[in-house]
Design a protein around this ligand. Structure first.
Ligand SMILES: *Cc1c(COP(=O)(O)O)cnc(C)c1O
Length: 447
């Protein structure tokens, strides 16, 4: 359970964290660098808090997934899970590399199209798609809709008929396996809201084949996120294989199996999920079925590619007890520690500070919530007011989950690519916080 405290072993040191993050290097003079770009230079120019994504890291991790599948002899389409980081620059970069998109809302669909993603490379997942979203998706001709219930199948059939189109669908099957991950990111248990119960899937597939406006091509599954071993994948895929045999024996055709996402990364010192091992699980359980395969990774390719830069506003001493380091970044920027008890590596940008002996500190944000805590009792090099830090592995489920709670403007975002960097989202201004608010005229004073 990678995301769950408490840990019994010692926190990894700065050197140990850098060893598992090859795109980050500590330079004696420039300090922490990402893909060769000094993060201090970015913080000097843009300020903090600021998200930084390494484009080459993202590219090479996507290509590693692709070659792992190819080397296993598998025909696998890769649809990046847009919800992990939906920035148009990220989607454009992935489109240029030939990857597709897995989307869960009309907003994500619009983003993928805006980034130039061909509709046929888009897969629409999600437990509650509205009629408007389905009309948009079917109208645009998305490649595949993953259907999560019998009720939704009927709605899609009706909308497709109304539009005079045929919707290509798979049934998302809930295989009832435990992904052994954090409760808030487990999706493949019968108790979860996701997917069609395994025992209903074969009959619903037969029903789908009889529905007008529907072309049922196979099955999909997605059992959760931050999965670090192949056992839950194998268990899920074995059940899908069983289902394929059942429906084929009943005379139905199955052309596609969408294997979902969820491969985990190393936030602390857990060994990260290996695409080669995932490919092995897919090959072992599904390789003989003569189907087109797909995966939907989000966290694995982009999580490690990103850092969140912050500055220490105050070093709040507490006698003999661990001090509070109060940062200028907070839970409104990075929600994962508050929401999932997530552990994120914290590294000073200064090589001098990074080399000092570590001591325990609590790292917190300024938001008026006790949950606004990035780390408790963390072994860290000593830092002072004005020191800068990078919070690691924030490329996925980072900026996308930000809010403006406490009227804190959204942070700037930067893309490092091919040795240079560029702002890809300017820091939100305070005026932008209220630009869509309307004060009724009888209340208007100085506003
Ligand atoms: C969130 C999600 C993914 C991606 O999960 P990761 O853990 O980020 O790889 C893939 N497919 C579906 C249906 C999802 O909801």
């Amino acid at each position: 359970m990678a995301d769950v405290l408490p840990y019994t072993d010692a926190d990894p040191s700065v050197a140990e964290l850098l060893a598992t993050h090859p795109h980050l290097k500590m330079d004696v003079h420039s300090g922490l660098m990402l893909e060769g770009v000094p993060l201090n230079a970015i913080a000097d120019a843009v300020g903090t808090p600021c998200w930084v994504i390494g484009g080459n890291t993202l590219r090479s991790r996507m290509h590693r997934m692709q070659s792992a599948m190819q080397q296993a002899g598998l025909d696998v389409a890769i649809h990046y899970a847009v919800k992990a980081n939906d920035h148009l620059a990220i989607l454009s970069l992935l489109r240029a590399e030939g990857f597709g998109a897995d989307i869960v809302s009309g907003g994500e669909l619009a983003r993928a199209i805006k980034a130039g993603m061909p509709a046929e490379r888009i897969v629409f997942s999600g437990v509650g798609k509205t009629d408007a979203e389905l009309e948009q998706a079917i109208g645009l001709g998305v490649g595949q809709i993953n259907v999560e219930s019998a009720e939704e199948l009927d709605v899609i059939s009706a909308i497709a008929q109304k539009l005079g189109r045929t919707a290509t669908i798979t049934l998302r099957v809930n295989p009832d396996v435990d992904a052994k991950t954090h409760a808030k990111i487990t999706t493949g248990l019968a108790a979860n809201k996701f997917g069609i119960p395994f025992h209903d899937a074969a009959s619903l597939y037969a029903h789908a084949a009889s529905l007008p406006g529907i072309r049922a091509v196979g099955f999909s599954t997605h059992i959760g996120s931050q999965i670090l071993s192949t056992a839950p994948y194998r268990a899920a895929y074995a059940r899908i294989a069983e289902l394929v045999q059942t429906v084929r024996a009943a005379g139905q055709t199955v052309e596609v199996i969408d294997c979902g996402g969820g491969l985990g990364i190393s936030y602390r010192n857990e060994p990260e999920g290996q695409p080669e091992a995932l490919a092995g699980a897919i090959k072992a359980e599904l390789g003989h079925l003569n189907v087109r395969l797909a995966i939907e990774p989000g966290r694995w390719p982009i999580g490690p590619a990103g850092v969140l830069l912050g500055s220490v506003i105050l070093h709040k001493a507490r006698g003999n007890e661990a001090p509070f380091l109060v940062l200028d970044t907070a839970m409104n920027d990075l929600l994962r520690p508050s929401m999932y008890d997530a552990w994120h590596g914290i590294v000073p940008l200064s090589a001098h500070e990074a080399a000092l002996p570590a001591a325990h500190a609590h790292v917190v944000g300024p938001v008026c919530e006790s949950g606004d805590t990035f780390a408790r009792d963390r072994l860290l090099p000593p830092m002072q007011r004005g020191s800068r830090i990078a919070i690691l592995d924030t490329g996925a489920y980072g900026a996308v989950m930000s809010s403006t709670y406490n009227s804190r403007p959204l942070a700037a975002e930067v893309l490092v690519d091919n040795g240079t960097w560029q702002v890809i989202r300017s820091r939100q201004t305070v005026e932008e916080l209220w630009q869509d608010e309307i004060v009724p005229s009888h209340l208007a004073g100085t506003v």
